[in-house]
Design a binder for this molecule. Structure first.
Ligand code: NAD
Length: 264
C-alpha cells in the first residue's frame, strides 16, 4: 500500500465478479489510496458489485449499459453531481456472441460484427469524450486489449479485429486529449480465466500454451495487471500516452521458444 493515488478519484467500468480484471485494477488503485466509483451492466450484476465496492470503501455503484448512449450520459451526469471532477477511468469491457468465438473468422455475421465493434470499441470513445469533460486537472484513461489484435490467435476472431480497432482508437484519443493533459493507454493482458474468457473456444489450451511458451513460463494474474495499471493511472506514468503495454509474462516477444533440451 502506497500514497500514490491519494486524492485521486476514478471510475471503474466492467467489474462482474472477483475474477474480473477490473477487480485486480480496482484493488491496486484502492490500496494506493484512490477513491473509486463503479459502473455495472444490468440488475443481475448489481448484487455482486455492491459488496465488492464496499470492500474497497466505495458506495458509488451506478448502472451503465455502454450499448446505450443515454445510459452513458446518465452515468456521467451522476458522477458529475457526486464528484464534480474525475482523475481516471478504467474501461474493462468487451462483448461478442460466443458462438462466433469459435470456428472461423470468415463466418462472422454482420449483426455480431457491428455489436462487437459497438460494445468493445466505440464504447471506449463514447466514455472518453464524457470523462474528458470532467478531467479538468488532466487525467488518465485505460482500456484492456489482447494480443489477438496483433497476431492471429485461435477462436479470437471478430474480437481480434475489434481489439485492433480499440488499440488504434487509443492512439487517436491520446492525440485528441493530450493537449488537456489527459493520457490514454491500454494494457494488453495475457490470458486470464474470467467470465468473458470462458466464452472463448479452447481457452484452457490457450492458457496452457501461454504458460509453457512465455519467457516467464507462467500466466499473469489480475494482480499483475493491477500493478501495471497503477503505473499507467498514477503520476508514475506521467510521460506515457497512446501506448499498448503488454502484461503477458512476455509472450508477445517470442517468435519461437528455445528448445529446453537442445538435442533434436
Ligand atoms: P469479465 O467478464 O470479468 O468482464 C467483462 C465485463 O464487460 C463484465 O463486467 C460485463 O458486465 C462488461 N460488459 C459487457 N457488455 C457490456 C455492456 N454492454 N455495458 C457495460 N458493460 C458490459 O472479463 P475480463 O476478462 O475481466 O474482461 C475485461 C476486459 O479485459 C475485456 O475488454 C477483455 O476483452 C479484456 N481482456 C481479457 C483477457 C482475458 O484473458 N481474460 C485478456 C486480455 C484482455
Amino acid at each position: 500500500s502506497t500514497e500514490l493515488m491519494k486524492g485521486k478519484r476514478g471510475l471503474i467500468m466492467g467489474l462482474a465478479n472477483d475474477k474480473s480484471i477490473a477487480w485486480g485494477i480496482a484493488k491496486a488503485c484502492a490500496d494506493a489510496g484512490a477513491e473509486l466509483a463503479f459502473s455495472y451492466q444490468g440488475e443481475a450484476l448489481k448484487k455482486r458489485v455492491v459488496p465488492l465496492a464496499d470492500q474497497l470503501g466505495s458506495d458509488i455503484v451506478l448502472e451503465c449499459d455502454v450499448a446505450d448512449q443515454p445510459s452513458i450520459d446518465a452515468l456521467f451526469a451522476a458522477l458529475e453531481e457526486k464528484w464534480g471532477k474525475l482523475d481516471f477511468i478504467v474501461h474493462a469491457i468487451g462483448f461478442s456472441d460466443k458462438n462466433e468465438l469459435r470456428g472461423r473468422y470468415v463466418d462472422t455475421s454482420p449483426e455480431n460484427f457491428r455489436m462487437t465493434m459497438d460494445i468493445s470499441v466505440y464504447s471506449f470513445t463514447a466514455v472518453a469524450r464524457r470523462a474528458a469533460d470532467l478531467m479538468t486537472d488532466g487525467g488518465s484513461m485505460l482500456t484492456l486489449t489482447y494480443y489477438g489484435a496483433e497476431q492471429v490467435m485461435p477462436h479470437y476472431n471478430v474480437m481480434g479485429v475489434a481489439k485492433a480497432a480499440l488499440e488504434a482508437s487509443v492512439r487517436y484519443l491520446a492525440e485528441d486529449l493530450g493537449k488537456d493533459g489527459i493520457r490514454v493507454n491500454s494494457i494488453s493482458a495475457g490470458p486470464i480465466k474470467t467470465l468473458a474468457a470462458s466464452g472463448i473456444g479452447d481457452f484452457r489450451y490457450i492458457l496452457k500454451w501461454n504458460e509453457l511458451n512465455s519467457p516467464l513460463r507462467r500466466n499473469v494474474s489480475i494482480g499483475d495487471v493491477g500493478n501495471s495499471a497503477l503505473y499507467l493511472l498514477s503520476d508514475l506514468g506521467s510521460g506515457v500516452t497512446g501506448e499498448t503495454h503488454h502484461v503477458d509474462a512476455g509472450y508477445h516477444v517470442v517468435g519461437m521458444k528455445a528448445v529446453d533440451a537442445p538435442d533434436i
